[in-house]
Design a protein around this ligand. Structure first.
Ligand code: UDP
Ligand code: MG
Length: 309
């Protein structure tokens, strides 16, 4: 066994000034108890406005295992994680929230799983202390919905607390799309993955910065970056409507002969219905082409090589 394996921590922070010292202390404590591990702590300040970066800077003055990066504005947690992974130099990387909701006490277990041979060790929130029933339902429904509309399956309640080997990190970094849905990308990547549950405690300090709207944005990214289903739905819808239109057209004709109609009604209805159906189908076909372009334009690599000999 090689001496001292390097373990990087990627910690996105957005207005976490009161949490930086706490998470630093906790991580140093846990790493001290781990043998043969040299930690590297990367704080990514995602455009905080509460002096988060000053706190990070202060720590770097006394602890040279800590590095800080500051974004020019708030780019969002997913890009903060991405940037952190880019900067990381460890043989293994752990990404985690900096508010204490991803308990550092789980780290030995993550490492244990990696030693069993997993390239990616995911985690999922079992139950959230301090999170109401509604918000829990929201998370669950959110993942159900994405999984329904998307081609890649993400575990409900999957979190961004995970360990990745250098191999997995490097693979992840080749995915260069802008609208990133991290959990989906990770699931799509393959490799040997596993997941362990944890119970999220309350935030150490401050309050959550995720709103329902951001969750919706994330959901849309999750769907549109992994499937063309919504586009295809328009095609199917067009077809169904065309069938109904046809039936209604027949009814209109029958009405012309046997019922009472205002002159011109039948031909007008027929034209509207037919054109409507044809237009919807055409939009659907265009959708198919756009879906193709869209998939191509993402320029994802076609596969990853797990091993060579
Ligand atoms: N975060 C970030 N950029 C943002 C929002 C959040 O880097 O735009 C970080 C935040 O500092 C925290 C983590 O992402 O470390 C999770 O955020 P939060 O605790 O607000 O979300 P929740 O735990 O409620 O899902
Ligand atoms: Mg949190």
């Amino acid at each position: 066994m090689a001496d001292a394996v390097k373990l990087s921590f990627v910690l996105p922070c957005y207005n976490e000034a009161d949490n930086i010292d706490y998470i630093h202390r906790e991580l140093v404590k846990v790493c001290g108890s781990l043998k043969e591990i040299t930690p590297e702590l990367l704080f990514i300040d995602d455009g905080s406005a509460d002096g988060t970066f000053e706190r990070i800077r202060k720590i770097t003055e006394t602890d040279d295992r800590v590095k800080g990066i500051a974004f020019s504005k708030n780019f969002g947690k997913t890009l903060a994680i991405y940037a952190g992974l880019r900067e990381s130099r460890g043989d293994f990387v752990i990404t985690m929230d900096s508010d204490g909701q991803h308990p550092p006490s789980l780290i030995p277990e993550l490492i244990e799983k990696q030693r069993e041979g997993f390239e990616i060790v995911n985690t999922r929130r079992e139950q959230n202390k301090g999170v109401g029933f509604l918000s829990r339902m929201r998370s669950r429904t959110f993942y159900r919905f994405i999984n329904f509309l998307s081609d890649v399956k993400v575990e409900p309640l999957a979190s961004d607390y995970r360990l990745m080997t250098r191999k997995a990190v490097d693979a992840f970094l080749t995915l260069e799309e802008r609208d990133r849905y991290t959990n989906g990308l990770i699931s799509w990547m393959g490799f040997r993955q596993t997941s362990i549950p944890f119970t999220a405690p309350r935030r150490h300090a401050g309050r959550t910065s995720f709103s329902g709207r951001m969750l919706l944005r994330l959901g849309l990214d999750g769907i549109t970056s992994f499937s063309a289903k919504p586009l295809r739905i328009s095609f199917t819808l067009g077809l169904i409507i065309l069938v109904f239109d046809f039936a209604y057209g027949i009814y209109a004709i029958l009405n012309f002969f046997f019922g009472t109609t205002i002159p011109g009604w039948t031909s007008m209805m027929f034209t509207i219905l037919f054109l409507g159906g044809v237009q919807l189908v055409s939009i659907g076909i265009i959708g198919e082409y756009i879906a193709r372009l869209f998939n191509e334009s993402k320029r994802r690599p076609h596969y990853f090589i797990q091993d060579r000999c």
